[in-house]
Design a protein around this ligand. Sequence first.
Ligand code: F6P
Length: 343
Amino acid sequence: MGKIGILTSGGDCPGLNAVIRGAVLKGETVYGQEFVGFLDGWRGLVEGDVMPLDRSSVRGLAREGGTILGTSRIGPYSEPHGGAENIAKVLDELGIDGVIAIGGEGTASASKRLFEDGINIVGVPKTIDNDLDATDYTFGFDTAVEIATEAIDRLRTTGNSHKRCMVLEVMGRHAGWIALYSGIAGGAHAILIPEQPESLNQICAWVTSVKNRGRSPMVVVAEGFTLPDMDQAHSTKGVDGFNRPRLGGIAEVLAPLIEERTGIETRSTVLGHIQRGGSPTGFDRVLATRLGMAVTDLVADKHWGHMVALRGTAIVRVDFGEALANHKTVPQDQYQEIRVIFG
Ligand code: F6P
């Protein structure tokens, strides 16, 4: 099988480079495939902006954060040059037979549309939020949880010294997986996630009971969490390239409210993009490498319109439609399991 173009799209994620390396190594070695990388996500595909990718260009990449190809939040149908017709022409001119798109939900739905419009395309799921239903875990999530857990550990020592309540905000637009896992790992006294409304009264009751035991309260909140009187997630920074509100800052809203109600000095920290940067964990390197290798099987089999996913410990194939059917949010019972020991 001939020449394949790889792109990374949407928010970056530790492990993207490991996917690229896995794909190039297996594709070259096992199938004799040739690779190029499209620069800056869909932009590179739409404009035919490519870099060569071979064994030597992916050397040592499994441990590198970010993406050597660059990424953007631009869609393949964006004006003025986007669209399947133009993309088919670009691929033809460059002699590229198929595309591997590594990305999250936005990338998968754009890939589905391109596939339906006749483009040979397969996918690899990616998001630190871990909210894609088709796959048990996405690479990048484990790394984000490690970073957030370390942040909780650090906030707890300074919080204890000053006898303050500390509120840490982590990412998680629709799903609170990072907050849930890091909060459990770091022993947080309350974990607030988009899927589960909690009242300010309840949050303050947990904080006060911790303080009454002589401890310093630690609250972890996902960026997408809303209080009952909010009709949407806190956003003051406009919209991104997919027209989604840029979230962030709910911890800064909560901290003064908690302080005012409880009389306990409260500080907030927004972890932000720190949880997306740097080296992937061992788990994420393994998962990303396996997914990258497996996607070359899809290409070899011309199994276009599908992506690779993790089910249990096996790598499986799912079609884009199935992959996009549901968001994987935190189930009520999984939240309740830990909620019983809050406070
Ligand atoms: O979708 C992944 C994610 O990390 C979200 O949790 C967050 O809302 C968003 O990306 C932030 O993206 P940006 O890099 O555009 O600020």
